[in-house]
Design a protein around this ligand. Structure first.
Ligand SMILES: Nc1ncnc2c1ncn2[C@@H]1O[C@H](COP(=O)(O)OP(=O)(O)OP(=O)(O)O)[C@@H](O)[C@H]1O
Ligand SMILES: [Mg+2]
Length: 401
């Protein structure tokens, strides 16, 4: 499935907008977004889109305001390209436009052939960058203790990631014995992980989007556990690794729910993850287990930064305080999810994630902020990579004269 490049035209000239619209209508790789002239609204849209193009019409009256805007978009939105339209640009104006971050300049009136060449170049750059910058990120939610809140966290995190980023998110149930995700989300999927693994050679983007269960009107796709124990026994870690490889090519985020054992498939998920949420509650037996897991992760050679301690059912007035937990584990707590038994139980009994049933509850808010935090961390990493590669590109340009 090729993703269309969402395009926004920012211009006060109706004639120019009409011409560009006509040209864009001939392209099936670009898709015009709704007309909008509010800069903060445009900025928010561009920040959330996976691939976008902003065509901005510069004239003497708008130049100052728009240069700053282009600069902000170029800095903050690594997946957006800016093309400036300018009537008879002088060399000075051209240099200024390029410095502000616009990658292409079109002289007005815009000629179709030139416009299409610019679109082709932008498409190529975005596709290249997308591959380089937009690597899929995988989060595995784990604990070697049962009933600690793994499925609640994985389900709500995946849903909030999909809602926040609008990107495609896959939620995978690796609990092959007693997976709960379909119950938590009231889904009756036609296909499950065992079917996927039997068809590994057919797996590609289209196959995945057609067989994973889309959750309502969101960009969340669910892959359920196999319904029969026998099917689960036949699944090897090698097959699971292959499945992750293909999922990573297709989705922006993968969230994996696990069971409580360190078996081959769980280790495969942990190995392949960018973030590993080690979930615990604040009591001594759970924390001791957590210590054992941390020891094992060290032996497995996982970087300390990959492992994130998530405290579930946190209560401010607990006897053991967050600082005590950090001391005991010799590690910072990444996230604390408040205790809210009634909201969680009501959601589970209705088969609706709590962030949907009761979005205003403290626990839903915590899942939402966690998703934003995960996406932000990832966005920041992408941005840093982008800035580094841009500086190298700029340096090379300067050296080339
Ligand atoms: N933040 C929370 N506050 C209160 N109760 C919670 C919270 N998170 C989870 N629970 C409750 O804890 C129980 C177990 O949650 P969940 O099924 O998510 O855990 P799990 O680790 O996936 O369990 P299993 O090991 O069986 O897969 C559920 O009854 C759920 O309602
Ligand atoms: Mg579970």
């Amino acid at each position: 499935m090729t993703e269309k490049i969402s395009t926004i035209i920012l211009s006060g000239q109706e004639r120019l907008k009409e011409v560009l619209k006509l040209y864009l209508n001939e392209r099936d790789d670009f898709e015009l977004q709704e007309d909008c002239s509010d800069l903060s609204e445009i900025y928010n849209t561009l920040s959330s889109l996976p691939k976008s193009l902003l065509i901005i019409d510069l004239d003497a009256s708008t130049q100052k305001k728009y240069y700053d805007f282009i600069l902000k978009v170029a800095e903050d939105c690594p997946n957006c390209r800016v093309a400036a339209v300018y009537e008879n640009p002088t060399i000075d104006a051209l240099v200024k436009i390029m410095r502000s971050g616009a990658k292409e300049v079109l002289s007005s009136p815009v000629i179709k052939g030139e416009f299409f060449e610019v679109l082709n170049r932008i498409k190529e750059q975005l596709n290249d960058d997308y591959q380089k910058v937009n690597r899929c990120r995988m989060v595995t939610v784990f604990s070697n203790k049962g009933g600690i809140g793994k499925t609640s966290i994985a389900t709500n995190l995946a849903l909030e990631l999909a809602k926040t980023t609008k990107e495609n998110v896959a939620l995978i149930d690796l609990n092959f014995q007693l997976g709960d995700i379909t119950t938590f989300m009231d889904l009756k999927p036609s296909f499950n992980i065992s079917y996927m693994l039997k068809n590994l050679d057919k797996l590609n983007k289209d196959f995945l989007f057609n067989t994973l269960e889309k959750y309502k009107n969101t960009s969340l796709y669910v892959l359920a556990d196999p319904p029969y124990f026998k099917q689960a026994e036949d699944i090897s870690p090698k097959q699971v690794a292959k499945l992750f490889e293909i999922l990573k090519e297709t989705f922006s985020y993968i969230v994996v729910d696990t069971d409580n054992t360190f078996d081959g498939k769980t280790i495969t998920a942990l190995d392949n993850s960018d973030m590993l949420f080690l979930v615990t509650i604040v009591n001594l037996p759970a924390l001791r287990n957590c210590q054992r897991c941390l020891d094992l992760f060290e032996k497995l050679g996982y970087e300390d930064d990959k492992i994130k301690i998530v405290i579930n059912r946190y209560m401010e007035n607990d006897e053991i305080k967050a600082e005590d937990v950090e001391k005991l584990l010799a590690k910072e707590i990444y996230w604390k999810i408040p205790n809210n038994y009634f909201s969680l139980m009501a959601a589970i009994n209705k088969g609706v994630p709590v962030s949907e049933l009761n979005p205003a509850s403290n626990v839903s808010q915590s899942y939402r902020e966690l998703a934003i935090h995960v996406a932000d961390t990832i966005h920041r990493q992408k941005l840093i990579k982008k800035i580094v590669s841009n500086s190298v590109e700029n340096l090379n340009n300067i050296l080339r004269g």
